[in-house]
Design a binder for this molecule. Structure first.
Ligand code: GDP
Length: 428
């Protein structure tokens, strides 16, 4: 059985918490795209953790964590994270790294910084983890596969040719920046090789065998639909697909095996970085209040600490987000955060050039969209600690059911707190 946990919005929906929770009944948890750019925050019996590269199910003794071929694999980030969690008392995780995963190189991180510096005001708001330069190189066919670390002849030749090319770029595009050194890069790659050697696996085969054995596999997505390079708010997107469908490619499993797609959707909106955001709260005091009350200790980036942009729930973007994920069910998260509001605006349509639409448009049209709001009554109480759906205040249930209708997909779980057990199951 293969399940996917993916984001329906702009990321930061609480996928980490949901994966950690579902990890209890999973055998294998797989990262299939992205890299160490976005973070998942998890609160469980061991403490509070911000994971970037390790799958969120890493805290259980019984799970195996897989870094799939689709991941932008940062070797230092992986080992730093493993050390951090082991130091906090988590048992040493069982990790497998795909022999086909490609490696984030030190120069990818540098080029990310240099490019944001060069673009100044027009920058993409990158987390400077090297993700865009990494994927550019992957598809330009000058990336380094993990397997290549173990073939010295190939490695030496490739390092020489890549360093030559990168230095030409540095000289012309980023003059004044230090040039890359072939010997130093080779030394770093030898260190990476020795670090990853025990974990390198043909993970596609490993997963194929696991499926045959009836194991439960959880694919953990990073970011959300609206950051997908094809279906998101291009160009303010990430560089690898954030869709569940890509799980088949980024993990190397048959698409028809993904039976259950759980889209994680926030009860309000938040986004990091630049880009179109129709239901953004423009009043800074109002936005700040929601930001400071949001998530677990405020809506600030898990990787960068940047304040997130805040908005009301957007039915147009979220329905699209859920449907592009081909979600079989939805988890609505952070609902507890909204308990302070008398009334809650919900964006139900976009007005573009005088016409109202419920369909999520391409970015050029999105830039002209104005939100059409419907206001729902708040419930004015703290819903944390509630375990049964029927015990939620009526206005709160109405809010959930209104959203469910708009999403055209069943909301099977409601998250009412950051903790692993703060979840309300709905019996449909
Ligand atoms: P991810 O990248 O999708 O895993 O999301 P993040 O970890 O960046 O952001 C989610 C934040 O919200 C984290 O700080 C979580 O601990 C927190 N969180 C998750 N679910 C809930 C919830 O239902 N209520 C509250 N208050 N916080 C939650």
């Amino acid at each position: 059985m293969v399940k996917a946990v993916v984001g329906a919005n702009w990321g930061d929906e609480g996928k980490g918490k949901i994966t950690d929770m579902l990890g209890e009944t999973a055998d294998i948890i797989v990262r299939f795209q992205g890299g160490s750019n976005a973070g998942h925050t998890i609160v469980n019996d061991y403490g509070k953790f911000a994971l970037h590269i390790l799958p969120s199910g890493v805290f259980y003794d019984h799970t195996t964590s897989v870094i799939g071929n689709g991941v932008a694999f940062s070797v230092p980030a992986l080992f730093k994270e493993v050390n951090d969690i082991v130091e906090k008392g988590v048992p040493m995780p069982k990790i497998k790294v795909s022999d086909r995963a490609q490696i984030v190189m030190p120069y990818h991180v540098l080029f990310d910084e240099y490019e944001e510096e060069r673009l100044k005001g027009a920058a993409f708001g990158s987390t400077k983890s090297g993700i865009a330069p990494f994927y550019s190189d992957k598809y330009s066919k000058i990336g380094f596969q993990v397997s290549e670390l173990f073939d010295e002849e190939t490695l030496v030749k490739k390092v020489a040719s890549v360093v030559e090319k990168k230095n030409l770029i540095i000289k012309s595009l980023y003059p004044g920046k230090p040039l890359l050194d072939e010997a130093e890069l080779l030394k770093t790659l030898h260190e990476y090789r020795d670090m990853v050697a025990p974990y390198v696996t043909d993970t596609a085969k490993f997963l194929k065998d696991a499926i045959k054995e009836g194991k439960t596999i959880l694919l953990e997505g990073q970011l959300g639909t609206l950051k997908d390079p094809d279906f998101g708010i291009y160009p303010m997107v990430t560089s690898s697909s954030t869709l569940a469908a890509y799980g088949a490619i980024g993990a190397g499993i048959p698409p028809y095996e993904i039976k259950n797609i759980i889209a994680v959707c926030k009860a309000y909106s938040s986004a990091v970085g630049a880009g179109e955001f129709v239901s953004e709260i423009l009043d800074e005091d109002q936005a700040k209040e929601l930001r400071d009350r949001g998530g677990d200790g405020g809506e600030y980036g898990a990787t960068t600490g940047r304040p997130r942009r805040m908005g009301w729930f957007d039915c147009v973007a979220s329905r699209y987000g859920v449907q592009m994920q081909s979600a079989t069910e939805v988890v609505l998260t952070v609902l507890d955060v909204l308990g302070y509001l008398d009334e809650i605006p919900v964006c139900v349509g976009y007005e573009i050039n005088g016409e109202v639409t419920k369909d999520f448009p391409v970015t050029t049209k999105l830039a002209k969209a104005k939100p059409v709001y419907k206001t729902l009554p708040g419930w004015k109480c703290d819903i944390r600690g509630i375990k049964n759906y029927e015990d939620l205040p009526e206005n709160c249930r109405n809010y959930i059911e209104f959203i469910e209708k708009e999403l055209e997909t069943p909301i099977t779980m409601v998250s009412n707190g950051p903790g692993r057990h703060e979840i309300i199951y709905r019996n449909k």
